[in-house]
Write a protein of this length. Structure first.
Length: 368
């Protein structure tokens, strides 16, 4: 289509021709295709990332991340594909750690300086620690002096290669076990020796206490004019069982009525003196009654067994009345004529007696 426009230039008409191309829509360019391709690529990358997240483990993802991280040989972290030095820094006290791409310097202890003198033996010298101080401060000449050490002083106990000390060989085990048994045996002997010494000391003290008590009883009897003549009828001795005190009859001087269990006045007074001394001792007491071999003439079913037991029981009551605690009486027995004082004279008056035994607390040990 052409249009004509009129103008006044040079007095003539101005003709403007405008042409329009037909045949379909006009061309809009190819920029939209680039944008669409970028969008599709981004979506593909996004879905690929989502698939990787779901299809891999945490350890695999950490390995992928470490692969793309920069490698720092001075860092203590495990990042980097090669992991030089096992991921550790050569100086553990002052690591250089890289977390965001920058290097951060942390102060630590000053390193140890070792001066090694070279010789034929190749003996390492003792390390001389440098003085502590702020980083960057130089040590003086005096601080850098190195003290020499004998060979092997710094090496410590030699360890076999590949780990801790190996198990002892079968040849060494019997020797080690023998040493352990020897130590145990020595300790046992020392313990037994200590216990034996303690028992001996306790027995010695108890023996001395018995001797002192026996002397006190004799003195008390000698000091009483009414009992002085009974000194020969009072027998005191120490036996393996303990200290035994015996009140024996004498010819024409019995302690008990003939054929009876009632003691006379002198026997009562003598038992009272004995009780005054033994009540101060802690030992348990055993009481026994004895008769001679003369058969019992009281008639009935009574015998020397009954008579000896009754005399022991009467003695128990007299001791308790004199102040001895009833709980200290451990046992009481009647032996009749089975335990004669004079076996070759079975009818002798001395066989009729009452014995009071203070039982030992510490066993008597044989003297060397």
């Amino acid at each position: 289509m052409a249009r004509k426009a009129r103008g006044s230039q040079s007095g003539g008409d101005l003709i403007v021709v405008r042409r329009e191309e037909g045949g379909g829509h006009a061309h809009h360019g190819g920029a939209w295709k680039v944008a669409y391709a970028d969008f599709v690529t981004a979506m593909m990358a996004f879905f690929l990332l989502m698939w990787l997240i779901n299809a891999t483990t945490e350890e695999q993802r950490r390995g992928i991340a470490d692969y793309f991280n920069p490698t720092n040989v001075l860092s203590r972290s495990d990042s980097g594909s090669g992991r030089p030095f096992g991921g550790q820094t050569p100086n553990d006290n002052a690591p250089l750690m890289s977390t965001t791409g920058t290097v951060e310097l942390r102060p630590g202890k000053r390193p140890v300086v070792m001066d090694i003198e070279e010789d034929d033996t190749q003996t390492p010298a003792e390390p001389m620690p440098r003085r502590e101080g702020p980083p960057g401060q130089e040590d003086t000449e005096e601080a850098r002096l190195v003290q020499s050490a004998p060979p092997g002083a710094l090496a410590g106990p030699e360890q076999p290669r590949g780990g801790p000390a190996a198990e002892p060989t079968p040849e060494q085990r019997p020797q080690n076990l023998g040493e352990v048994e020897q130590r145990q045996e020595l300790a046992r002997r020392e313990r037994e020796a200590s216990e034996a010494e303690l028992r001996q000391e306790l027995a010695r003290r108890e023996r001395e206490a018995f001797e002192a008590a026996a002397e006190q009883i004799r003195e008390a009897v000698r000091a009483d004019p009414a009992l002085a003549e009974l000194t020969r009828q009072l027998l005191i001795e120490q036996t393996p069982e303990g200290m035994r005190i015996q009140l024996v009859d004498a010819e024409r001087q019995p302690m008990f009525a003939l054929g009876g269990a009632a003691p006379n006045d002198r026997a009562r007074a003598l038992l009272q003196r004995v009780a005054q001394v033994i009540q101060r001792l802690p030992n348990a007491i055993s009481i026994a009654g004895h008769t001679d071999s003369t058969p019992f003439r009281g008639g009935g079913e009574r015998s020397n067994w009954d008579l000896s037991t009754e005399r022991a029981n009467v003695t128990r009551r007299l001791l308790i009345d004199a102040g001895v605690a009833d709980g200290r009486i451990r046992n009481l027995a009647g032996h009749a004529e089975r335990d004669l004082l004079l076996p070759d004279q079975p009818t002798a008056a001395a066989n009729r007696r009452v014995s009071i035994t203070l039982i030992r607390q510490a066993p008597e040990t044989p003297r060397p």
